[in-house]
Structure formats: C-alpha cells, structure tokens
Design a protein around this ligand. Structure first.
Ligand SMILES: [Zn+2]
Length: 292
C-alpha cells in the first residue's frame, strides 16, 4: 500500500475488550478523528469528541450543526470534555455533549465561545491556560501550548480565534483554530497525552512525560521528523495513532484513511525510534487498557 492508498489493513487493529481495558485502571477508547474517551475510576473524560462526521458535501455546501443521533449513539457517560483546538472536527459536538450530560468543558477561549453561542452554562466552562493544573475526578488535567500543522499548502486552515459566541448552524470555516493545546491527563494508573494536530513545541514539553501518546498522524509530513520528535519529547511506552480516518464518513462504515496519511509508514516510524515504543492501532470504538 502506497502513500496515497486509503486502504486499512484489518491486521493492524489491536484492541482490548471494554472490560479488559477498564480492569487495567486506565482505559482509552478511540471514536474516530482525534476523539477519545479516557476512563479511570468510572470517571469519563472525552478529548476532542467528534461523532457528527458531516459529509464532505455538507462541509462544502452547508452550515453545520451537531448530529444528536450520532453523538448519543456513542457518548453515553461524560463527566468532562477537553478540547485541543476549535476546528469543527474537534469542537463542534462539545457544546451538545456538555449540555446533555452537564459535563464540564476545558478549552481555549475560542472553544468556550462556541459553547457560549450554543447556550452552555458558564459555570461548566473552564479556560485552559498552559501549565495550570485542574483536578477532574481521579485525573490531573493540564494543557501544554502547542501548534497546528501547516498541512494546507503551508498554512493552518481557518486561522485566528472565535472572538464572540458562535451558534450553529455555522459554516466550517467559522470554527477558527484558536489556541492549540496538547492535553495531558494523569492519574494513579498512568498518564496519556493527546496530540490533536501533528505538530509540537518541544520547549513547552520540557519536564512533561506521558506513558501513552494519542497521536494525530494526518498532516505530519508538514512537520519535519514529527513522529520521532514526539517520542523524543514525551518518552511514551505506547503510541496510539488517531486522525487517520476519513472523518467525513460515518463511524459505522468500513474505515478508510485520509489520502497521504500512510498509517503503515507511521507504524514504521514509531518502531524505528531507538526507544521502540509499542504502537497499537485501535479500530473505531476500540478500547485499550493502558493502566499499570
Ligand atoms: Zn485542526
């Protein structure tokens, strides 16, 4: 399979049952795009949940609004949502989830403005400031300043901030990127670090370590030596790729890669790092027990 292939080899998939994952004390579930659920002690924190998965036709021609049926099919329990940047494929579902579950939202001012536009109670909203620690159930959550990959002809798509409350329906380009964060979640059973866009700022990661990196793969060729730099910086034992799937197709459809993503090459990149971390590809809705 070449760089442009969108095929996914089912032999890449390696997941645990939900029960196995939860029994490890720290469980992650991948739900397409950069969306994960992280669970410890029955506390469910969602990172960049994106279940609406509008079609390319909808994205190109329509104003977007969240799809409650698709969100409710997967988001059954949610105590908090943390969002790494406010592009629609990372943030559009967060206000609906927050309202439905009374869940807290952690995000940039842009993400909070999206929540405000949709009428989320201000008391649920916490602005992320790099370096500040938040207790969220059994987790300590902190944001690390990061940056978005410049994969779109050398640019970040939809640059700038959402500077005022934004209500849906809204065109995709209204979901401006805002501040970009890596999200670190630690608990007594281990730690995970979420890289929602394939870039990083090493200086911001000094002193930060994570057992597991939830790693965006698409667009990484715009960031020199991205995969090894992430592993150098965070020294993980395990890497779980994300944002490789065609997020404009339903989660129930057979997964296909975004052209140029080249997941096979990513697996080789991880395995060729001198520290040789483990790498596991989760299928859509797949679980991994990562607690130790
Ligand atoms: Zn983005």
């Amino acid at each position: 399979m070449g760089k442009l292939s969108t095929q996914v080899d089912p032999r890449w998939f390696d997941s645990d049952t939900k029960a196995e994952a939860l029994a490890s004390g720290l469980a992650v579930q991948w739900l397409g795009t950069a969306g994960f659920r992280v669970v410890a002690q029955d506390h469910h924190v969602w990172l960049d949940p994106h279940l609406s998965r509008h079609s390319l036709w909808e994205v190109a021609t329509q104003r977007l609004t969240p799809k409650p049926d698709r969100i409710d099919a997967d988001v059954d329990i949610c105590h908090a949502v943390a969002v790494g940047h406010s592009h629609f494929d990372h943030a559009i579902d967060t206000p609906y989830i927050a309202q439905k579950h009374g869940a807290k939202v952690y995000g940039s001012e842009s993400t909070l403005n999206l929540c405000r536009g949709e009428g989320v109670d201000e008391g649920l909203l916490t602005r992320l400031v790099p370096g500040e620690l938040h207790s969220e159930g059994p987790f300590a959550l902190r944001a690390v300043r990061s940056q978005h990959s410049t994969f779109a002809f050398g640019r970040v798509p939809a640059p700038g901030d959402i500077t005022a409350p934004l209500a849906t329906p809204a065109r995709a380009e209204r979901f401006r990127v805002g501040e970009v964060f890596g999200l670190h979640l630690g608990c007594g059973h281990g730690s995970v670090y979420h890289v929602g866009s394939a870039d990083l700022i090493e200086a911001e990661l000094e002193g930060v370590q994570a057992d597991v990196v939830l790693c965006c793969t698409v667009g990484r060729y715009a960031t020199e030596n991205f995969t090894h730099r992430v592993i150098d910086a965070l020294k993980p034992k395990l890497v779980i790729p994300c944002h490789w799937d065609q997020f404009w197709r339903p989660l129930d459809a057979t997964p296909k890669q975004i052209p140029t993503n080249d997941l096979a090459a990513f697996l080789a990149e991880v395995r060729s790092h001198p520290s040789a971390p483990q790498v596991r590809v989760l299928p859509p809705r797949g679980w991994a027990g990562v607690g130790g």
